[in-house]
Design a protein around this ligand. Structure first.
Ligand SMILES: [Zn+2]
Ligand SMILES: [Zn+2]
Length: 331
């Protein structure tokens, strides 16, 4: 439970079990829930400010254990979710782009609706996507936001058939983006400051540099998966003419060099997680073995503050995932 902002701790509490309210509501018993950089930013007070108290966790995977009468076909299914709920009838909502709805209602586990750092959570059936049996719960959880964000970033990068793409940051979003681009036959270079994550990407066969200046430059696209303001100017410098700077993070960049953007007629393209289609794409590729999945480290729900500390201390090579203690796979 998030009790105040800013904070460096979540409190471990008993909360009332969510109850079905609408006919299309379902309750998911959480098998696993990934931790995202956005969670840390929310706790630091540098991001969304949900009404408190609030249960974070926007990367859940689990099993539908209760369903309203309009959602009964989901009972017993293993699922992941799309995060956003919009107005439900605008053009963006109807196209599966609820995240871009002008009247967005909630982002599960971020604002509006409590999330997956819990034994169970309440979502609408329209958010559900079935998980293929080949994926474990932690693997599926690692794709909910990181995978959808990577799929959206790569979809945007692929619109101009790039010969080469630079990915900034070899965390889960960066690695999944690299895997998708490689599956599309695109030459990928990466940068990563932390030696642990740099070594992990190198083991996967990628060319990984410690700084943008060491790369060969002239890229058709740069995918910025760092969430850091420090890389923007050098990242734009690494673009070729009309290159695309694809922003998969939400950093505030105080000294952005727009002269460089204009000199190249570069395009800055923002990324907000991904669409239902993006989530389905990455889940399908992961289940088919077309992309490899980042290393997963797990913690029990009661150890979530240890997991958060490990992420902050850069001790997590790939994805940090929470496993609620009450989950048993045969249930
Ligand atoms: Zn996230
Ligand atoms: Zn809408």
């Amino acid at each position: 439970m998030l009790r105040r902002i800013p904070t460096d701790q979540l409190s471990i509490e008993e909360a009332p079990r969510p109850r079905l309210e609408r006919p299309d509501d379902v309750i998911i018993k959480v098998e696993a829930c990934g931790i995202c950089g956005t969670d840390l930013h929310i706790m630091e007070g540098h991001s969304y400010r949900p009404d408190l108290p609030f249960v974070l966790g926007h990367e859940p995977a689990g099993t539908v254990v209760e369903a309203g009468r309009a959602a009964s076909e989901w009972l017993g299914k293993r699922v992941v979710i799309t995060l956003f709920t919009g107005c439900g009838h605008c053009q963006e909502c109807l196209a599966g782009n609820e995240r871009l709805c002008a009247n967005v209602v909630s982002d599960t586990g971020v604002f509006g609706v409590w999330g997956g750092y819990a034994d169970c959570l309440l979502v609408h059936a329209a958010q559900l996507l079935e998980v293929p049996a080949r994926l474990t719960g932690p693997q599926a959880a690692s794709l909910v936001d990181a995978g959808a964000t990577a799929a959206n970033s790569v979809r945007v990068a692929m619109t101009r058939e790039p010969a080469s793409v630079l990915i900034l940051g070899a965390g889960p979003i960066g690695l999944l983006s690299a895997e998708m681009l490689r599956a599309n036959g695109v030459d990928v270079q990466m940068t990563q400051r932390s030696p642990r994550r740099r070594a992990a990407a190198q083991r996967w066969g990628y060319e990984v540099f410690g700084a943008i200046g060491e790369t060969r430059g002239g890229f058709d696209a740069v995918i910025d998966a760092t969430g850091s303001p420090a890389v923007f100017n050098d990242g734009v410098k690494a673009l070729g003419p009309r290159g695309k700077y694809i922003l998969a993070g939400y950093a505030i960049v105080p000294n952005a060099d727009f002269a460089e953007v204009s000199h190249k007629e570069a395009v800055i393209h923002g990324i907000r997680s991904g669409s239902r289609h993006d989530l389905a794409t990455i889940v399908g590729m992961a289940a088919a073995g077309t992309v490899r999945l980042p290393e997963i480290m797990t913690w029990p729900l009661a150890g979530i503050n240890d997991a958060i500390t490990a992420l902050k201390d850069r001790r997590v090579e790939g994805k940090a995932v929470i496993i609620p203690a009450s989950y048993s796979p045969g249930e």
